[in-house]
Design a protein around this ligand. Structure first.
Ligand SMILES: [Zn+2]
Length: 269
């Protein structure tokens, strides 16, 4: 099958990491500070997981995209700077991991502007990509993003390859996500809540997802979290997956922003 990419590229692989830390817990539970065990699940990301992931990406020379809530960026400036100096992209992911669907339009815009200011202040670059916390946009979100010069969103599930989405303020590229291509629903478990798949099962599922993307010449867009995939056996799933993908010809690892800009320039539909 011909596929969707120009030139000799058969499949594009986009690795992304949502650097949530404890923000997701703090937003959902104002009393989170009084539950140190639950909070420590998130603390693992900035303390341990993210560094292991950055080392792994460095070893394999793979550029990736990190979506960082402003509150987390403020508390992990050195880590964010390392992401940039290693060649990774920093995308917007709210301030305290607020799903837009929980905000009114004024609050949603205030969170967008606050996150932009914080990320730009640390990296020197305005974020051009956005991933909604909890993948839950409002009817206004795409318009707010286009108004602020974002090039792409990565929160919708309407395709398994990049596609265009229109808003009253202009067109964006959508880099679609999928629950099947997210580490969170497979692994996250806390006191009877959630599920706990074996890393081997997750590897097998993602391997098949890649096989499909490769056979159809599409895109493989994977969402991970440092506090989840930074755990050792799960990190090995990612490393084995990288090795498996690398055993195929004409595959390119790209950052979200690079795919979105190429999509815009070539006007691919
Ligand atoms: Zn998140």
């Amino acid at each position: 099958m011909a596929g969707i990419w120009p030139g000799g590229i058969k499949t594009v692989v986009l690795l992304s990491f949502d650097f949530d830390g404890t923000s997701i817990m703090r937003y959902r539970d104002p009393d989170a500070e009084n539950r140190p065990t639950a909070l420590s699940i998130g603390e693992f990301g900035p303390r341990v997981g993210v560094h292991r992931i950055l080392d792994l990406l460095e070893r394999y020379e793979i550029p990736a995209s990190f979506f960082v809530p402003g509150w987390i960026a403020e508390r992990n400036e050195d880590t964010v700077r390392r992401m940039v100096s290693d060649g990774h992209e920093i995308g917007h992911h709210g301030y305290m991991h607020e799903p837009p669907a929980t905000l009114d339009p004024d609050q949603e815009q205030a969170v967008l502007d606050k996150g932009i200011d914080i990320l730009e202040g640390i990296t020197g670059q305005r974020p051009l990509g956005y991933r909604s916390p909890s993948w839950d946009l409002t009817e206004h979100s795409l318009g707010f993003l286009a108004q602020r010069g974002f090039v792409y969103d990565s929160s919708l599930m309407g395709h398994d390859a990049p596609y265009f989405v229109d808003s009253p303020n202009g067109r964006l590229v959508e880099l679609p996500v999928s629950w099947a291509l997210d580490d969170y629903p497979y692994y996250v478990f806390n006191r009877g809540m959630g599920s706990m798949n074996t890393p081997a099962d997750v590897f097998e599922g993602w391997r098949l997802e890649f096989d499909g993307a490769y056979q159809y010449g599409s895109a493989f867009i994977l969402t991970m979290h440092p506090q989840v995939t930074g755990r050792l056996a799960k990190l090995m799933v990612l490393e084995r997956l990288i090795q498996y993908i690398r055993s195929h010809s004409n595959v390119e690892f790209m950052r979200h922003i690079d795919v979105a800009q190429r999509w815009t320039e070539t006007g691919m539909a």
